[in-house]
Ligand binder design. Structure first.
Ligand SMILES: Nc1ncnc2c1ncn2[C@@H]1O[C@H](COP(=O)(O)OP(=O)(O)OP(=O)(O)O)[C@@H](O)[C@H]1O
Ligand SMILES: [Mg+2]
Length: 564
Protein backbone atom coordinates (compact mmCIF):
# COMPACT_ATOMS: atom_id res chain seq x y z
CA UNK A 1 0.00 0.00 0.00
CA UNK A 2 2.78 2.37 1.01
CA UNK A 3 4.64 1.71 -2.24
CA UNK A 4 1.46 2.29 -4.21
CA UNK A 5 1.02 5.67 -2.53
CA UNK A 6 4.67 6.42 -3.25
CA UNK A 7 4.20 5.50 -6.91
CA UNK A 8 1.17 7.73 -7.15
CA UNK A 9 3.06 10.55 -5.52
CA UNK A 10 6.03 10.09 -7.87
CA UNK A 11 3.67 10.04 -10.83
CA UNK A 12 1.95 13.15 -9.55
CA UNK A 13 5.19 15.08 -9.38
CA UNK A 14 6.10 13.80 -12.85
CA UNK A 15 2.83 15.08 -14.20
CA UNK A 16 3.44 18.44 -12.53
CA UNK A 17 6.90 18.49 -14.12
CA UNK A 18 5.37 17.76 -17.55
CA UNK A 19 2.80 20.44 -16.97
CA UNK A 20 5.43 23.01 -16.00
CA UNK A 21 7.44 22.14 -19.10
CA UNK A 22 4.33 22.63 -21.23
CA UNK A 23 3.74 26.02 -19.65
CA UNK A 24 7.30 27.23 -20.11
CA UNK A 25 7.43 25.96 -23.68
CA UNK A 26 4.10 27.64 -24.47
CA UNK A 27 5.11 31.06 -23.11
CA UNK A 28 6.04 32.61 -26.46
CA UNK A 29 2.64 31.55 -27.84
CA UNK A 30 0.67 32.80 -24.84
CA UNK A 31 -0.49 36.04 -26.55
CA UNK A 32 -1.83 34.22 -29.60
CA UNK A 33 -3.46 31.47 -27.54
CA UNK A 34 -5.19 34.06 -25.33
CA UNK A 35 -6.42 35.97 -28.40
CA UNK A 36 -7.84 32.74 -29.76
CA UNK A 37 -9.50 31.98 -26.43
CA UNK A 38 -11.02 35.45 -26.27
CA UNK A 39 -12.43 34.99 -29.75
CA UNK A 40 -13.84 31.62 -28.73
CA UNK A 41 -15.36 33.20 -25.65
CA UNK A 42 -16.82 35.83 -27.96
CA UNK A 43 -18.47 33.04 -29.95
CA UNK A 44 -19.84 31.55 -26.71
CA UNK A 45 -21.09 35.00 -25.65
CA UNK A 46 -22.79 35.48 -28.99
CA UNK A 47 -24.45 32.10 -28.84
CA UNK A 48 -25.70 32.80 -25.29
CA UNK A 49 -27.07 36.17 -26.40
CA UNK A 50 -28.82 34.34 -29.20
CA UNK A 51 -30.45 32.11 -26.60
CA UNK A 52 -31.77 35.17 -24.77
CA UNK A 53 -33.01 36.62 -28.04
CA UNK A 54 -34.73 33.41 -29.01
CA UNK A 55 -36.85 33.78 -25.84
CA UNK A 56 -37.71 37.36 -26.83
CA UNK A 57 -38.55 36.29 -30.37
CA UNK A 58 -40.89 33.53 -29.18
CA UNK A 59 -42.52 35.72 -26.55
CA UNK A 60 -42.89 38.70 -28.93
CA UNK A 61 -44.31 36.42 -31.63
CA UNK A 62 -47.40 35.97 -29.48
CA UNK A 63 -47.76 39.72 -28.79
CA UNK A 64 -46.31 40.95 -32.14
CA UNK A 65 -44.20 43.58 -30.33
CA UNK A 66 -40.64 44.30 -31.67
CA UNK A 67 -40.66 40.86 -33.33
CA UNK A 68 -38.81 42.03 -36.48
CA UNK A 69 -36.18 43.95 -34.48
CA UNK A 70 -35.35 40.91 -32.38
CA UNK A 71 -35.19 38.74 -35.46
CA UNK A 72 -32.72 41.15 -37.16
CA UNK A 73 -30.45 41.16 -34.10
CA UNK A 74 -30.63 37.35 -34.03
CA UNK A 75 -29.65 37.04 -37.71
CA UNK A 76 -26.81 39.60 -37.32
CA UNK A 77 -25.43 37.64 -34.38
CA UNK A 78 -25.64 34.45 -36.37
CA UNK A 79 -23.67 35.96 -39.28
CA UNK A 80 -21.06 37.50 -36.94
CA UNK A 81 -20.64 34.14 -35.24
CA UNK A 82 -20.14 32.37 -38.54
CA UNK A 83 -17.49 34.94 -39.51
CA UNK A 84 -15.57 34.72 -36.22
CA UNK A 85 -15.76 30.93 -36.24
CA UNK A 86 -14.13 30.76 -39.67
CA UNK A 87 -11.38 33.23 -38.75
CA UNK A 88 -10.80 31.07 -35.68
CA UNK A 89 -10.38 28.02 -37.92
CA UNK A 90 -7.60 29.82 -39.81
CA UNK A 91 -5.87 31.01 -36.63
CA UNK A 92 -6.06 27.47 -35.30
CA UNK A 93 -4.36 25.96 -38.33
CA UNK A 94 -1.51 28.49 -38.33
CA UNK A 95 -0.99 28.33 -34.57
CA UNK A 96 -1.06 24.55 -34.51
CA UNK A 97 1.47 24.32 -37.32
CA UNK A 98 3.87 26.82 -35.73
CA UNK A 99 3.58 25.38 -32.26
CA UNK A 100 4.05 21.75 -33.25
CA UNK A 101 6.97 22.55 -35.53
CA UNK A 102 8.49 24.58 -32.70
CA UNK A 103 8.50 21.46 -30.52
CA UNK A 104 9.74 19.27 -33.35
CA UNK A 105 12.61 21.63 -34.12
CA UNK A 106 13.57 21.92 -30.47
CA UNK A 107 13.62 18.14 -30.00
CA UNK A 108 15.36 17.57 -33.34
CA UNK A 109 18.06 20.09 -32.38
CA UNK A 110 18.42 18.34 -29.07
CA UNK A 111 18.74 14.90 -30.69
CA UNK A 112 21.42 15.98 -33.14
CA UNK A 113 23.43 17.72 -30.42
CA UNK A 114 23.11 15.01 -27.80
CA UNK A 115 25.33 12.15 -26.90
CA UNK A 116 25.28 9.80 -29.90
CA UNK A 117 25.23 6.51 -27.99
CA UNK A 118 22.25 7.60 -25.90
CA UNK A 119 20.23 8.60 -28.95
CA UNK A 120 21.24 5.43 -30.83
CA UNK A 121 19.54 3.38 -28.11
CA UNK A 122 16.19 4.62 -29.41
CA UNK A 123 14.82 3.06 -32.54
CA UNK A 124 14.45 5.54 -35.39
CA UNK A 125 10.76 4.59 -35.57
CA UNK A 126 10.32 5.48 -31.91
CA UNK A 127 12.07 8.82 -32.39
CA UNK A 128 9.85 9.50 -35.40
CA UNK A 129 6.72 8.71 -33.36
CA UNK A 130 7.83 11.18 -30.70
CA UNK A 131 8.72 13.84 -33.25
CA UNK A 132 5.46 13.47 -35.15
CA UNK A 133 2.47 12.13 -33.24
CA UNK A 134 3.62 13.04 -29.71
CA UNK A 135 4.58 16.57 -30.76
CA UNK A 136 1.22 16.76 -32.58
CA UNK A 137 -0.68 15.63 -29.48
CA UNK A 138 1.04 18.24 -27.35
CA UNK A 139 0.37 21.01 -29.89
CA UNK A 140 -3.26 20.02 -30.21
CA UNK A 141 -3.53 19.89 -26.44
CA UNK A 142 -2.13 23.34 -25.84
CA UNK A 143 -3.77 25.02 -28.80
CA UNK A 144 -7.17 23.33 -28.52
CA UNK A 145 -7.81 21.12 -25.51
CA UNK A 146 -6.55 23.35 -22.69
CA UNK A 147 -8.20 26.55 -24.04
CA UNK A 148 -11.37 24.48 -24.47
CA UNK A 149 -11.19 23.38 -20.84
CA UNK A 150 -10.79 27.00 -19.69
CA UNK A 151 -13.66 28.03 -21.95
CA UNK A 152 -15.85 25.23 -20.64
CA UNK A 153 -15.22 26.28 -17.05
CA UNK A 154 -16.08 29.93 -17.82
CA UNK A 155 -19.11 28.81 -19.80
CA UNK A 156 -20.25 26.62 -16.93
CA UNK A 157 -20.04 29.47 -14.42
CA UNK A 158 -21.80 32.00 -16.71
CA UNK A 159 -24.57 29.62 -17.74
CA UNK A 160 -25.07 28.45 -14.19
CA UNK A 161 -25.66 31.99 -12.96
CA UNK A 162 -27.87 32.80 -15.95
CA UNK A 163 -29.99 29.77 -15.16
CA UNK A 164 -29.86 30.58 -11.46
CA UNK A 165 -31.41 33.98 -12.17
CA UNK A 166 -34.34 32.24 -13.88
CA UNK A 167 -34.68 29.38 -11.46
CA UNK A 168 -32.24 28.48 -8.65
CA UNK A 169 -33.87 25.06 -8.40
CA UNK A 170 -33.27 24.24 -12.06
CA UNK A 171 -29.70 25.49 -11.96
CA UNK A 172 -28.91 23.08 -9.11
CA UNK A 173 -30.75 20.25 -10.85
CA UNK A 174 -28.69 20.93 -13.96
CA UNK A 175 -25.50 20.51 -11.96
CA UNK A 176 -26.66 17.12 -10.61
CA UNK A 177 -24.77 15.59 -13.50
CA UNK A 178 -21.47 16.94 -12.12
CA UNK A 179 -20.71 14.27 -9.48
CA UNK A 180 -21.47 11.45 -11.93
CA UNK A 181 -19.29 13.06 -14.56
CA UNK A 182 -16.59 13.75 -11.98
CA UNK A 183 -16.42 10.17 -10.73
CA UNK A 184 -16.55 8.77 -14.26
CA UNK A 185 -13.71 11.00 -15.43
CA UNK A 186 -11.50 10.28 -12.41
CA UNK A 187 -11.91 6.55 -12.92
CA UNK A 188 -11.46 6.93 -16.66
CA UNK A 189 -8.35 9.10 -16.27
CA UNK A 190 -6.63 6.43 -14.20
CA UNK A 191 -7.45 3.61 -16.60
CA UNK A 192 -6.66 5.63 -19.67
CA UNK A 193 -3.21 6.68 -18.46
CA UNK A 194 -2.11 3.03 -18.55
CA UNK A 195 -3.81 2.29 -21.84
CA UNK A 196 -2.35 5.41 -23.44
CA UNK A 197 1.21 4.24 -22.70
CA UNK A 198 0.37 0.88 -24.30
CA UNK A 199 -1.06 2.63 -27.36
CA UNK A 200 2.08 4.74 -27.73
CA UNK A 201 4.41 1.77 -27.29
CA UNK A 202 2.54 -0.30 -29.84
CA UNK A 203 2.50 2.67 -32.22
CA UNK A 204 6.29 3.02 -31.90
CA UNK A 205 6.81 -0.71 -32.59
CA UNK A 206 4.54 -0.56 -35.62
CA UNK A 207 6.31 2.49 -37.02
CA UNK A 208 9.75 1.05 -36.33
CA UNK A 209 8.96 -2.10 -38.29
CA UNK A 210 7.38 -0.12 -41.13
CA UNK A 211 10.38 2.18 -41.43
CA UNK A 212 12.99 -0.56 -41.11
CA UNK A 213 11.37 -3.00 -43.52
CA UNK A 214 11.04 -0.29 -46.16
CA UNK A 215 14.63 0.83 -45.62
CA UNK A 216 15.81 -2.77 -46.04
CA UNK A 217 13.45 -3.78 -48.80
CA UNK A 218 16.23 -5.62 -50.60
CA UNK A 219 16.64 -8.03 -47.67
CA UNK A 220 12.87 -8.56 -47.40
CA UNK A 221 12.77 -9.43 -51.09
CA UNK A 222 16.01 -11.48 -51.22
CA UNK A 223 14.80 -13.82 -48.53
CA UNK A 224 11.29 -13.91 -49.99
CA UNK A 225 10.06 -12.38 -46.78
CA UNK A 226 7.24 -10.39 -48.39
CA UNK A 227 4.51 -12.48 -46.76
CA UNK A 228 6.29 -12.54 -43.44
CA UNK A 229 6.77 -8.75 -43.53
CA UNK A 230 3.16 -8.18 -44.46
CA UNK A 231 1.92 -10.53 -41.71
CA UNK A 232 4.26 -8.99 -39.15
CA UNK A 233 3.01 -5.51 -40.04
CA UNK A 234 -0.60 -6.69 -39.70
CA UNK A 235 0.22 -8.30 -36.36
CA UNK A 236 1.80 -5.10 -35.04
CA UNK A 237 -1.11 -3.06 -36.33
CA UNK A 238 -3.54 -5.46 -34.67
CA UNK A 239 -1.66 -5.12 -31.42
CA UNK A 240 -1.96 -1.35 -31.69
CA UNK A 241 -5.64 -1.69 -32.58
CA UNK A 242 -6.17 -3.93 -29.55
CA UNK A 243 -5.01 -1.15 -27.22
CA UNK A 244 -6.79 1.61 -29.12
CA UNK A 245 -9.98 -0.43 -29.02
CA UNK A 246 -9.64 -1.03 -25.29
CA UNK A 247 -9.14 2.67 -24.74
CA UNK A 248 -12.16 3.49 -26.89
CA UNK A 249 -14.33 0.98 -25.00
CA UNK A 250 -13.30 2.62 -21.77
CA UNK A 251 -14.24 6.07 -23.06
CA UNK A 252 -17.54 4.72 -24.37
CA UNK A 253 -18.51 3.18 -21.05
CA UNK A 254 -17.99 6.45 -19.24
CA UNK A 255 -19.68 8.36 -22.01
CA UNK A 256 -22.79 6.14 -21.68
CA UNK A 257 -22.86 6.74 -17.92
CA UNK A 258 -22.60 10.46 -18.46
CA UNK A 259 -25.23 10.52 -21.19
CA UNK A 260 -27.64 8.74 -18.88
CA UNK A 261 -27.06 11.29 -16.13
CA UNK A 262 -27.44 14.00 -18.70
CA UNK A 263 -30.75 12.64 -20.01
CA UNK A 264 -32.14 12.24 -16.50
CA UNK A 265 -31.19 15.84 -15.71
CA UNK A 266 -32.83 17.02 -18.90
CA UNK A 267 -36.04 15.06 -18.39
CA UNK A 268 -36.31 16.35 -14.80
CA UNK A 269 -35.93 19.93 -16.02
CA UNK A 270 -38.48 19.23 -18.75
CA UNK A 271 -41.02 17.83 -16.29
CA UNK A 272 -40.40 20.64 -13.82
CA UNK A 273 -40.80 23.27 -16.61
CA UNK A 274 -43.99 21.64 -17.84
CA UNK A 275 -45.34 21.76 -14.31
CA UNK A 276 -44.57 25.49 -14.05
CA UNK A 277 -46.29 26.15 -17.38
CA UNK A 278 -49.30 24.14 -16.22
CA UNK A 279 -49.45 26.29 -13.12
CA UNK A 280 -49.13 29.35 -15.34
CA UNK A 281 -45.98 30.49 -13.52
CA UNK A 282 -43.80 30.79 -16.65
CA UNK A 283 -44.22 31.59 -20.36
CA UNK A 284 -43.38 29.26 -23.25
CA UNK A 285 -40.37 31.50 -23.98
CA UNK A 286 -39.03 30.99 -20.44
CA UNK A 287 -39.61 27.26 -20.84
CA UNK A 288 -37.48 27.27 -24.05
CA UNK A 289 -34.71 29.16 -22.25
CA UNK A 290 -34.93 26.73 -19.32
CA UNK A 291 -34.43 23.75 -21.54
CA UNK A 292 -31.64 25.36 -23.58
CA UNK A 293 -29.81 26.49 -20.45
CA UNK A 294 -30.18 23.17 -18.67
CA UNK A 295 -28.65 21.68 -21.77
CA UNK A 296 -25.91 24.25 -21.69
CA UNK A 297 -25.06 23.87 -18.04
CA UNK A 298 -24.73 20.14 -18.49
CA UNK A 299 -22.79 20.30 -21.74
CA UNK A 300 -19.66 21.95 -20.22
CA UNK A 301 -19.66 19.45 -17.35
CA UNK A 302 -19.79 16.59 -19.83
CA UNK A 303 -17.28 18.35 -22.05
CA UNK A 304 -14.88 18.72 -19.14
CA UNK A 305 -15.22 15.05 -18.24
CA UNK A 306 -14.52 14.09 -21.83
CA UNK A 307 -11.37 16.23 -21.89
CA UNK A 308 -9.80 14.13 -19.11
CA UNK A 309 -8.50 11.40 -21.44
CA UNK A 310 -7.17 14.04 -23.80
CA UNK A 311 -5.27 15.75 -21.00
CA UNK A 312 -3.87 12.39 -19.92
CA UNK A 313 -2.76 11.82 -23.49
CA UNK A 314 -1.12 15.26 -23.72
CA UNK A 315 0.81 14.69 -20.51
CA UNK A 316 1.90 11.21 -21.64
CA UNK A 317 3.12 12.65 -24.97
CA UNK A 318 4.80 15.56 -23.17
CA UNK A 319 6.56 12.98 -20.97
CA UNK A 320 7.90 11.15 -24.00
CA UNK A 321 9.16 14.39 -25.50
CA UNK A 322 10.71 15.57 -22.23
CA UNK A 323 12.57 12.26 -22.00
CA UNK A 324 14.37 13.23 -25.21
CA UNK A 325 14.82 16.80 -23.99
CA UNK A 326 16.57 15.46 -20.92
CA UNK A 327 19.22 13.55 -22.83
CA UNK A 328 22.60 14.97 -21.98
CA UNK A 329 24.10 17.32 -24.53
CA UNK A 330 27.58 16.27 -25.58
CA UNK A 331 30.22 18.63 -24.23
CA UNK A 332 31.82 20.84 -26.86
CA UNK A 333 34.70 23.08 -25.91
CA UNK A 334 36.19 26.00 -27.78
CA UNK A 335 39.02 24.96 -30.05
CA UNK A 336 42.37 26.13 -28.86
CA UNK A 337 44.68 24.34 -31.27
CA UNK A 338 46.38 26.89 -33.50
CA UNK A 339 48.39 24.91 -35.95
CA UNK A 340 47.18 22.48 -38.61
CA UNK A 341 49.82 19.96 -37.57
CA UNK A 342 47.80 17.86 -35.17
CA UNK A 343 48.53 14.67 -33.29
CA UNK A 344 46.68 12.70 -30.65
CA UNK A 345 47.99 11.07 -27.51
CA UNK A 346 46.04 8.14 -26.11
CA UNK A 347 46.94 7.16 -22.53
CA UNK A 348 45.79 4.03 -20.68
CA UNK A 349 42.54 3.82 -22.65
CA UNK A 350 40.08 1.10 -21.64
CA UNK A 351 36.56 0.69 -22.88
CA UNK A 352 33.68 -1.77 -23.12
CA UNK A 353 30.13 -1.23 -24.36
CA UNK A 354 29.06 -3.60 -21.61
CA UNK A 355 31.01 -5.25 -18.80
CA UNK A 356 33.11 -6.97 -21.42
CA UNK A 357 36.28 -5.00 -22.17
CA UNK A 358 36.84 -4.29 -25.85
CA UNK A 359 39.94 -2.11 -25.56
CA UNK A 360 42.27 -2.62 -22.64
CA UNK A 361 44.86 -0.20 -21.40
CA UNK A 362 45.82 1.18 -24.80
CA UNK A 363 48.50 3.86 -25.08
CA UNK A 364 49.78 5.36 -28.31
CA UNK A 365 50.91 8.73 -29.58
CA UNK A 366 49.86 9.40 -33.18
CA UNK A 367 52.25 12.16 -34.23
CA UNK A 368 51.34 15.12 -36.44
CA UNK A 369 51.60 14.21 -40.11
CA UNK A 370 51.92 10.51 -39.36
CA UNK A 371 50.08 7.78 -41.31
CA UNK A 372 48.88 5.21 -38.82
CA UNK A 373 47.24 1.96 -39.90
CA UNK A 374 44.86 0.26 -37.50
CA UNK A 375 44.62 -3.47 -38.03
CA UNK A 376 43.06 -6.38 -36.22
CA UNK A 377 40.53 -9.11 -36.80
CA UNK A 378 36.90 -8.37 -37.49
CA UNK A 379 34.91 -7.39 -34.40
CA UNK A 380 38.01 -6.68 -32.31
CA UNK A 381 37.40 -2.95 -31.72
CA UNK A 382 38.92 -0.89 -34.55
CA UNK A 383 35.78 1.14 -35.28
CA UNK A 384 35.23 1.41 -31.54
CA UNK A 385 38.66 3.02 -31.07
CA UNK A 386 37.88 5.56 -33.77
CA UNK A 387 34.48 6.30 -32.21
CA UNK A 388 36.21 7.00 -28.92
CA UNK A 389 38.73 9.27 -30.64
CA UNK A 390 35.82 11.18 -32.17
CA UNK A 391 33.95 11.41 -28.82
CA UNK A 392 30.98 9.39 -30.05
CA UNK A 393 31.58 7.08 -27.09
CA UNK A 394 32.32 8.70 -23.78
CA UNK A 395 32.26 6.17 -20.97
CA UNK A 396 35.90 5.19 -21.25
CA UNK A 397 38.73 5.36 -18.81
CA UNK A 398 42.07 6.90 -19.67
CA UNK A 399 42.96 10.09 -21.49
CA UNK A 400 42.84 11.24 -25.09
CA UNK A 401 44.59 14.51 -25.83
CA UNK A 402 44.88 16.25 -29.17
CA UNK A 403 47.87 18.54 -29.55
CA UNK A 404 49.47 20.74 -32.15
CA UNK A 405 53.14 21.29 -32.93
CA UNK A 406 53.06 24.60 -31.06
CA UNK A 407 52.49 22.88 -27.75
CA UNK A 408 48.72 23.56 -27.42
CA UNK A 409 46.68 20.66 -26.11
CA UNK A 410 42.97 19.91 -26.00
CA UNK A 411 41.14 17.11 -24.23
CA UNK A 412 38.96 14.93 -26.40
CA UNK A 413 35.50 16.45 -26.91
CA UNK A 414 32.90 16.81 -29.68
CA UNK A 415 34.46 20.14 -30.71
CA UNK A 416 37.54 18.24 -31.93
CA UNK A 417 35.47 17.01 -34.87
CA UNK A 418 36.17 20.43 -36.38
CA UNK A 419 39.70 19.13 -36.97
CA UNK A 420 38.67 15.71 -38.26
CA UNK A 421 37.51 14.35 -41.61
CA UNK A 422 35.90 10.95 -41.29
CA UNK A 423 35.01 8.29 -43.81
CA UNK A 424 32.85 5.85 -41.82
CA UNK A 425 32.58 2.16 -42.50
CA UNK A 426 29.65 1.21 -44.74
CA UNK A 427 27.51 3.25 -47.06
CA UNK A 428 26.64 6.58 -45.51
CA UNK A 429 25.44 8.61 -48.48
CA UNK A 430 22.20 10.59 -48.37
CA UNK A 431 19.56 10.64 -51.05
CA UNK A 432 19.92 13.69 -53.30
CA UNK A 433 22.53 14.81 -55.79
CA UNK A 434 26.21 13.87 -55.70
CA UNK A 435 26.90 17.61 -55.31
CA UNK A 436 24.76 17.80 -52.15
CA UNK A 437 26.54 14.79 -50.72
CA UNK A 438 30.01 16.20 -51.29
CA UNK A 439 28.90 19.59 -49.92
CA UNK A 440 28.22 17.95 -46.57
CA UNK A 441 31.99 17.93 -46.11
CA UNK A 442 32.12 21.68 -46.65
CA UNK A 443 28.81 23.52 -47.02
CA UNK A 444 30.29 26.47 -48.93
CA UNK A 445 32.46 24.40 -51.26
CA UNK A 446 32.99 25.81 -54.77
CA UNK A 447 32.63 23.80 -57.98
CA UNK A 448 36.45 23.74 -58.34
CA UNK A 449 36.93 22.41 -54.83
CA UNK A 450 34.39 19.66 -55.48
CA UNK A 451 36.05 18.62 -58.71
CA UNK A 452 39.47 18.66 -57.05
CA UNK A 453 38.21 16.47 -54.20
CA UNK A 454 36.70 14.07 -56.73
CA UNK A 455 39.97 13.89 -58.67
CA UNK A 456 41.89 13.06 -55.48
CA UNK A 457 39.38 10.39 -54.49
CA UNK A 458 39.46 8.78 -57.96
CA UNK A 459 35.81 9.65 -58.52
CA UNK A 460 36.19 12.38 -61.12
CA UNK A 461 36.07 10.19 -64.25
CA UNK A 462 33.00 8.19 -63.32
CA UNK A 463 31.06 11.25 -62.08
CA UNK A 464 31.88 13.15 -65.28
CA UNK A 465 30.74 10.18 -67.36
CA UNK A 466 27.28 10.37 -65.80
CA UNK A 467 24.86 12.39 -68.01
CA UNK A 468 24.16 14.85 -65.22
CA UNK A 469 27.59 14.78 -63.59
CA UNK A 470 27.58 16.28 -60.11
CA UNK A 471 23.83 16.81 -60.37
CA UNK A 472 23.11 13.11 -60.71
CA UNK A 473 20.42 12.18 -58.22
CA UNK A 474 21.13 9.14 -56.06
CA UNK A 475 18.73 7.26 -53.76
CA UNK A 476 18.95 6.42 -50.08
CA UNK A 477 22.36 5.08 -49.04
CA UNK A 478 23.75 5.74 -52.50
CA UNK A 479 21.16 3.77 -54.48
CA UNK A 480 22.09 4.12 -58.16
CA UNK A 481 25.84 3.91 -57.55
CA UNK A 482 28.08 0.89 -57.17
CA UNK A 483 29.52 0.24 -53.72
CA UNK A 484 32.98 1.34 -54.86
CA UNK A 485 31.58 4.49 -56.49
CA UNK A 486 29.68 5.34 -53.30
CA UNK A 487 32.92 4.87 -51.33
CA UNK A 488 34.74 7.32 -53.58
CA UNK A 489 31.98 9.93 -53.11
CA UNK A 490 32.28 9.41 -49.31
CA UNK A 491 36.04 9.90 -49.59
CA UNK A 492 35.58 13.07 -51.66
CA UNK A 493 33.15 14.32 -48.98
CA UNK A 494 35.92 13.88 -46.40
CA UNK A 495 38.77 15.21 -48.58
CA UNK A 496 36.96 18.47 -49.39
CA UNK A 497 36.93 19.33 -45.71
CA UNK A 498 40.73 19.63 -45.70
CA UNK A 499 40.77 18.86 -42.00
CA UNK A 500 44.17 18.36 -40.36
CA UNK A 501 43.19 14.88 -39.13
CA UNK A 502 41.76 12.24 -41.45
CA UNK A 503 40.17 8.96 -40.38
CA UNK A 504 39.32 6.28 -42.94
CA UNK A 505 37.41 3.21 -41.72
CA UNK A 506 37.71 0.51 -44.39
CA UNK A 507 37.13 3.33 -46.85
CA UNK A 508 38.56 1.49 -49.85
CA UNK A 509 37.27 -2.01 -49.11
CA UNK A 510 35.14 -2.15 -52.26
CA UNK A 511 37.79 -0.76 -54.61
CA UNK A 512 40.00 -2.74 -56.97
CA UNK A 513 43.74 -2.49 -56.37
CA UNK A 514 44.35 0.07 -59.12
CA UNK A 515 41.58 2.41 -57.95
CA UNK A 516 42.69 1.99 -54.34
CA UNK A 517 46.18 2.96 -55.41
CA UNK A 518 44.79 6.14 -57.04
CA UNK A 519 42.91 7.02 -53.85
CA UNK A 520 46.04 6.54 -51.72
CA UNK A 521 48.04 8.69 -54.14
CA UNK A 522 45.30 11.33 -53.85
CA UNK A 523 45.53 11.08 -50.09
CA UNK A 524 49.30 11.59 -50.20
CA UNK A 525 48.79 14.66 -52.40
CA UNK A 526 46.30 16.36 -50.08
CA UNK A 527 47.55 19.83 -49.23
CA UNK A 528 48.02 20.55 -46.44
CA UNK A 529 48.82 16.97 -45.66
CA UNK A 530 46.71 15.61 -42.78
CA UNK A 531 47.60 13.24 -39.98
CA UNK A 532 45.98 10.02 -41.07
CA UNK A 533 44.41 7.02 -39.34
CA UNK A 534 43.52 4.22 -41.74
CA UNK A 535 41.60 1.17 -40.58
CA UNK A 536 42.17 -1.62 -43.01
CA UNK A 537 42.18 -5.37 -43.57
CA UNK A 538 44.32 -4.91 -46.67
CA UNK A 539 48.05 -5.58 -46.47
CA UNK A 540 48.52 -3.53 -49.66
CA UNK A 541 47.80 -0.31 -47.77
CA UNK A 542 50.37 -0.94 -45.06
CA UNK A 543 53.29 0.01 -47.27
CA UNK A 544 52.03 3.60 -47.31
CA UNK A 545 51.78 3.81 -43.53
CA UNK A 546 54.43 4.86 -41.01
CA UNK A 547 53.25 2.60 -38.21
CA UNK A 548 50.52 0.08 -37.56
CA UNK A 549 48.44 -0.28 -34.46
CA UNK A 550 47.52 -3.89 -33.98
CA UNK A 551 44.42 -4.30 -31.89
CA UNK A 552 43.94 -7.53 -30.01
CA UNK A 553 42.30 -6.15 -26.89
CA UNK A 554 45.80 -5.15 -25.84
CA UNK A 555 47.00 -2.62 -28.36
CA UNK A 556 50.40 -3.08 -29.88
CA UNK A 557 52.19 -0.52 -32.03
CA UNK A 558 54.63 -1.62 -34.77
CA UNK A 559 56.93 0.60 -36.81
CA UNK A 560 56.55 -0.07 -40.54
CA UNK A 561 59.05 2.45 -41.85
CA UNK A 562 61.95 0.04 -41.72
CA UNK A 563 60.01 -2.47 -43.88
CA UNK A 564 59.73 -0.14 -46.85
N1 LIG B 1 26.71 -0.45 -29.74
C1 LIG B 1 27.32 -1.56 -29.31
N2 LIG B 1 26.92 -2.14 -28.17
C2 LIG B 1 27.54 -3.25 -27.71
N3 LIG B 1 28.54 -3.85 -28.34
C3 LIG B 1 28.99 -3.32 -29.50
C4 LIG B 1 28.39 -2.15 -30.03
N4 LIG B 1 29.03 -1.85 -31.18
C5 LIG B 1 29.97 -2.79 -31.35
N5 LIG B 1 29.95 -3.67 -30.34
C6 LIG B 1 30.85 -4.81 -30.16
O1 LIG B 1 32.16 -4.28 -30.01
C7 LIG B 1 33.11 -5.11 -30.65
C8 LIG B 1 34.00 -4.26 -31.53
O2 LIG B 1 33.24 -3.74 -32.59
P1 LIG B 1 33.90 -2.83 -33.73
O3 LIG B 1 32.84 -2.34 -34.60
O4 LIG B 1 34.78 -1.84 -33.08
O5 LIG B 1 34.79 -3.91 -34.48
P2 LIG B 1 35.77 -3.72 -35.71
O6 LIG B 1 37.13 -4.09 -35.26
O7 LIG B 1 35.60 -2.39 -36.31
O8 LIG B 1 35.25 -4.85 -36.69
P3 LIG B 1 35.14 -4.89 -38.29
O9 LIG B 1 36.49 -5.13 -38.83
O10 LIG B 1 34.26 -6.05 -38.54
O11 LIG B 1 34.56 -3.60 -38.72
C9 LIG B 1 32.33 -6.18 -31.37
O12 LIG B 1 32.42 -7.37 -30.65
C10 LIG B 1 30.90 -5.69 -31.36
O13 LIG B 1 30.01 -6.76 -31.23
MG1 LIG C 1 34.74 -1.71 -38.03
Amino acid sequence: MATRVKELWADRSNQMHYFKWLLSYSKPYAGRIILKMLMELGVTGMSLTMVAYSKRIIDSATTGNKFVGFLIVYVCLMIAMLFVENILGLINTVLNEKYSFGIRLQVYNKIIRSNWTTVEKYHTGDLMTRLTSDAGNVADGIINTIPQVIRLVIELVVVFFMLFSYSPMLACLGLCVAPVAGIASWWLGKKITKLQVKVQESEAKYRSFLQESLANLLIVKSFRNENYASERLTELRENRFHWVFKKTKMSMASSVAMSLAFQIGYITAFAYGALLIYRGEITYGTMTVFLTLVNRVQAPVMGLAQKVPLIVMILASAGRIIELQNIEMEPVSENTLESREIGVKIDDLSFGYTDETIIEDASVDIKPGEFMAIVGESGIGKTTLVRIMMSFLDKYSGRITYYDDKGNTENNNAGMRDYISYVPQGNTLFSGTIRENIRMGKVDATEEEMLEALKLSAGYDFVMSLPKGLDTVIGERGFGLSEGQAQRISIARAFIRKAPFLILDEATSALDEGTEQQVITGLMNLTPRPTCVIITHRKSILKYCDRQLLIDKKVQCVDLRGER
